[in-house]
Each structure stands twice: as structure tokens, then as C-alpha cells.
Design a binder for this molecule. Structure first.
Ligand code: N01
Length: 537
């Protein structure tokens, strides 16, 4: 039933119960603000609550992928270096219980509209169930993957089998055993589903448009003794994490250019990063991997040699790891894998190169490409997300003069510091566009960027201010700064979700700020200079 709380004015309403939202709720409440969190799902966890496809597992290692708060890790141990979704859900339940968060969370509450009321300097926020709340400050913590992207596939409706996007997986699950399974998409989600489907399915057809450059996860399973022992290093790891340019405590690149480092030292550095696993080979080899084409090519060739050694069929190997890289190494997010390249040696697994034989249509029995028909029982759409801005588009944000955010961002994102938006006062977003987000380990950003917002609200309270506006000039300067700072980045050379280039029609732009420490320095400088670029009243 519709409900309204006209007399209650929250200090802050947080939207979204992932790492960022949880941290805001905890810290703002701790600082004495009246704060509530609206979460569309029935539990905290963000993507770990919503993404339930088989094999869902984090690509960032623990303890980095967790909060640094000692009361949270004191009585918690991780069973694996890269935990799966169930363990992460249990972690969020633990966080909820230790910090006593649920009492300030309204679950199953999908925010659909938020309108700024300039007369009152407050936001009116409405949810899908007709609930309305008023808040002085609005803090969207929508994550970058809250809106799935499903491409328009001709004939999709005609398909008589089961078809599921990885982000809308049925709660009861899907049994792949004995099924003919097709997977469209080979990003992180596709890689993980393929690893699960290959051993179970009667047949698995992987439809690849662009090869992923997947890295060795180097998973570790820890016995109870090891789990406890590892905790002795946590406090130090969290301290280093906070100062790290990569946002990970132990991922650090050699300051030299890869091309300047003689063999065999260079290969030894690549090999060491490979053996350490995870993102070490992406961000922890040489500092110029994502800016120098020559150094980038060296990393690619090393990666390729590792992959070729795993695949028996040279034709399949050429598609998964082509001689010429189709895009610079690391310019698309390199997923982590455990058995991905091995499964293509199985007789029940087939790779279809959609560049060579484009998809023509889906029909009643399966997928037809230009050269063949693939009959399927289950089609998995691992086609990704309308990253970052998609979550904002899903809510009807209206700022000054009734201007919608969809209009304001129709030709590209405009923000100041990736947290504020000119024309949308009292709105401070976290882990959104124009901030490090996709290049920052989620919990690291939740704490470091999150503290900036906490400090800002404390400053406003101390001044008795009720409104903060980012100026147009400051937002234009922020865009210029990002363009200038990262103009030579190889990120521009891939059609990735980092570049907003995975969704047809989305304005191409670098969506995220690829340097966490440089970003934080800019934010601190703004605050230290009296919140330069903001108008406060
Ligand atoms: O999505 P993606 P994702 N026809 O965008 C293909 C995080 N995440 O869900 O490259 C055919 O990476 C598309 O092909 P192409 C993580 O940050 C983390 O896998 O555009 N194919 C691509 O192969 C990750 O980076 C974890 O040519 C089509 C795939 O679909 C981010 O989320 C787990 C197509 C989409 O890949 C997104 O990952 C899961 C079409 N019309 C997700 N349209 C972990 O922590 C798209 N594709 C491990």
C-alpha cells in the first residue's frame, strides 16, 4: 500500500545495499545523521545478492575484497582467496549482524523517481511500491552493474527453450545436466558460466564475438588453521590497500617501462605476476602496460603463450588467442579463469566465432548463424551491463527546473569529481561514473571515496548549510581534466563497457577515472580548498 512520511525529513537516503551503500549507512549513522537505505532486493550484498548465475565468483582477492573494519574481520574467516557468491552473501549477512544495519534498511524497495524540491532544499524519493520519503541529501550507490544489457537478437521471442540473462537468473536455478546449452558472451560472466556448464551439459556451444583475455585466477582453498593465520596480516594489508595506486594491498607495478627491461628479467616479472594470479598480471607488471602499445604487446604475447599451451586444437586456439590482438591487452576487463581454456579440449564443447559467422537469428530450436544452426535447450545471455549510467537511467532523477538526469546525460556524463552533478543539488553518488569505480576494488573505494562524502556532510552540518551545488564550470573542468589526463590511455582503443561502447547508441566516453590515488588527491584538494567548485548555502 502506498505510504508517505511527509513529516520525516531524513538527513540522508542511501540507494543501494552493496559495499558502498552499506558503508555510507554505517558511517553516517555513526556520525549521528538520520539515515535510511533503500534496497531493491531482499538482502544486502548488491551484485552478490542479485547475480545468482552458476559459477558467480569475485575476481578480486580477499582480504582486499572486504571492509577493513576490525570488528568485521575479527570474527570472520574466508575459505578461499576468491570467494564465490554464497560466501559473499554470508559475509554481507555477517556485516549486517555485526553493524546492525537492517534496522535502517527498507528492503524490496526499488527507487523509481527522485525529484529535488528547491524551495525546501530536499529530495522527494518514490519507490515502486508507492512509498515516498523526503531527504536532505540523496546518496545513490547504484554500482556499475545494476542494469543488465540484453542485445536485440532477431527472433528471440521465437526460441522455445529457456533463455536467461546471467543477471536475471531464476532463483530456483537451471540444471545444465544433459542439456544442450548455448552461451552468448565471453566476458567475466560468460567465462564463469562456461566453466560450470562444460562438465555438466550434453553439449555446450560458446558464441564468441570478441575473445576475452582471461587471466589465471590461481585460486587457493584455505584450511581453518590457514584462515586464522592469514588474519595476522590483515591490518597491514588494509593500511597498504588505502595507499595503493591499484587499490589492492599487494598489486603494484614496476615503475619501469616494460620495453626498457631486458630479457630474461622482463619475462620473470611477467611470470611472477602470472603465478600470483588474479589482477597481478593486469595491474602488477609494468606501469606502462595500458599506455604504451609496445609494452602492451609484450604483455599480450606473454598472455598468449600461456593460453596456447592449454588448447589442443590450433584452430580453436587461434580464435581464443589470436596472433594479432583484437584490442590492447587489458583495455577490456580481463576476467579470471580456472578451467576456461581447458574446456575447449572437451568433445562436448564447441566454439562459434560470431565475427567469422555472424548470428542471423534465434528460432524455435536455437541459434542460426550464417553457416550453421545450433539447436539448444538453454540459452545463456552473458551479455553484460549497461554499465554505470544504466542504473541512473532506471530512476527518474529530476533536478533544478525539473530537468531529468536522462536529458542532462543524453550526450555524455557530466559530473564534478564523479560524485556531484551540476543542476542536481544535494546529490552525492558513490562508485558512479567519472570516479575510479571499475578501476578500483569495490570495498577500497567504498571506504576511501565514502569518507569524502561523510566528511562533506559533516562540514555542511557544521556550517548549518542545507544545500550544496556543483558548478557547471567545475564539472566542465573535471571533464577536461579526465580527457587530458588519460588521452594517451589504450583504454580508448577497445569497445568496452569502460568506454560505454558495449551498448549501441550510448555516447562513447571514458566512464571511469583510471587512477585511484590521483583521484583521491583531487577530491582531498577540493575539500582542503574549502570545497572549491561547489556553491554551499
Ligand atoms: O559483461 P561483459 P560481463 N552478440 O560486458 C558479448 C563484472 N563481473 O557480465 O566483447 C554477441 O564483460 C560481448 O562481446 P563483445 C566485471 O567487472 C565480475 O561478463 O562486445 N555477443 C562480451 O563478450 C565484468 O567486467 C565478475 O564483442 C555479445 C559479453 O557479451 C563486468 O561485470 C563476474 C553481444 C559481455 O561481456 C561485466 O561482465 C561477472 C551480441 N549482440 C561480472 N552483445 C567477477 O567478479 C554483447 N556480447 C568475476
Amino acid at each position: 500500500m502506498a505510504s508517505r512520511e511527509p513529516d520525516v525529513l531524513l538527513d540522508a537516503l542511501v540507494i543501494g545495499g552493496g559495499f558502498n551503500g552499506v558503508y555510507q549507512l554505517y558511517r553516517l549513522r555513526q556520525q549521528g545523521f538520520v539515515v535510511q537505505l533503500f534496497e531493491a532486493g531482499s538482502a544486502l550484498g548488491g551484485v552478490w545478492h542479485h547475480n545468482r548465475y552458476p559459477g558467480a565468483r569475485v575476481d578480486s582477492h580477499v582480504p582486499d575484497y572486504a571492509f577493513s573494519l576490525e570488528p568485521l574481520w575479527r570474527n570472520w574467516t574466508w575459505s578461499e582467496r576468491f570467494p564465490g557468491r554464497e560466501e559473499l552473501q554470508r559475509y554481507f549477512a555477517h556485516v549486517d549482524s555485526v553493524l546492525n544495519l537492517s534496522s535502517h534498511v527498507r528492503f524490496n524497495t526499488r527507487v523509481v523517481a527522485a525529484t529535488f524540491e528547491p524551495g525546501e532544499n530536499r529530495w522527494r524519493v518514490e519507490s515502486a511500491d508507492g512509498h515516498t520519503v523526503y531527504t536532505r541529501f540523496l546518496i545513490p550507490c547504484l554500482g556499475f552493474a545494476s542494469r543488465a544489457y540484453t542485445p536485440a537478437l532477431p527472433g528471440h521471442q521465437a526460441f522455445k527453450g529457456r533463455s536467461h540473462h546471467t543477471a536475471h537468473w531464476p532463483t530456483e536455478g537451471v540444471d545444465f545436466a544433459g542439456q544442450r546449452v548455448g552461451v552468448i558472451g565471453t566476458g567475466a560472466s560468460g567465462v564463469q558460466v562456461v566453466q560450470e556448464a562444460a562438465p555438466a551439459a550434453e553439449q555446450l556451444v560458446v558464441f564468441q564475438r570478441t575473445p576475452v583475455f582471461a587471466l589465471a585466477m590461481q585460486q587457493q582453498h584455505w584450511d581453518p588453521e590457514t584462515r586464522q593465520r592469514l588474519k595476522s596480516g590483515y591490518a597491514d594489508a588494509y593500511r597498504r590497500r588505502g595507499e595503493s595506486t591499484t587499490s589492492f594491498s599487494d598489486v603494484k607495478a614496476d615503475p619501469r617501462r616494460a620495453v626498457d627491461v631486458p630479457e630474461p628479467e622482463r619475462s620473470a616479472i611477467f611470470e611472477a605476476a602470472w603465478q600470483r594470479g588474479g589482477f597481478h598480471f593486469w595491474a602488477g607488471t609494468f606501469r606502462d602496460i595500458l599506455s604504451s602499445p609496445a609494452s602492451n604487446r609484450l604483455a599480450y604475447d606473454f598472455w598468449r603463450s600461456k593460453v596456447l599451451a592449454r588448447i589442443q586444437d590450433p584452430g580453436i586456439a587461434a580464435k581464443l588467442a589470436p596472433e594479432e590482438p583484437p584490442y590492447p591487452f587489458g583495455a577490456k576487463r580481463p576476467s579470471l579463469e580456472q578451467t576456461y581454456y581447458d574446456v575447449f579440449n572437451q568433445p562436448n564443447v564447441q566454439l562459434v566465432d560470431l565475427k567469422e559467422t555472424p548470428l542471423v537469428e534465434l528460432n524455435a530450436t536455437g541459434v542460426r548463424t550464417q553457416t550453421g544452426q545450433y539447436d539448444l535447450d538453454v540459452l545463456v545471455l552473458a551479455t553484460g551491463f549497461d554499465a554505470s549510467t544504466g542504473g541512473f537511467d532506471a530512476i527518474d532523477f529530476r533536478g533544478l527546473g525539473g530537468r531529468t538526469l536522462r536529458t542532462a546525460w543524453s550526450t555524455g556524463v557530466t559530473t564534478y569529481l564523479g560524485m556531484a552533478i551540476p543542476g542536481f543539488p544535494n546529490l552525492l553518488m558513490l562508485y558512479g561514473p567519472h570516479s575510479p569505480t571499475a578501476f578500483c576494488n569495490g570495498p577500497t573505494c567504498a571506504e576511501l571515496q565514502g569518507e569524502w562524502v561523510v566528511r562533506c556532510l559533516e562540514m555542511l552540518r557544521a556550517r548549518g548549510a542545507t544545500r550544496i551545488d556543483a558548478s557547471d564550470t567545475a564539472a566542465a573542468a573535471w571533464k577536461e581534466h579526465m580527457d587530458a589526463e588519460f588521452s594517451d590511455s589504450l583504454l580508448h582503443k577497445a569497445d568496452s563497457w569502460y568506454m560505454a561502447a558495449n551498448v549501441p547508441g550510448k555516447p562513447r566516453q571514458l566512464l571511469f577515472y583510471p587512477n585511484t590515488q590521483k583521484y583521491l588527491a583531487q577530491c582531498s584538494q577540493c575539500a582542503d580548498n574549502g570545497y572549491q567548485g561547489f556553491v554551499i548555502r
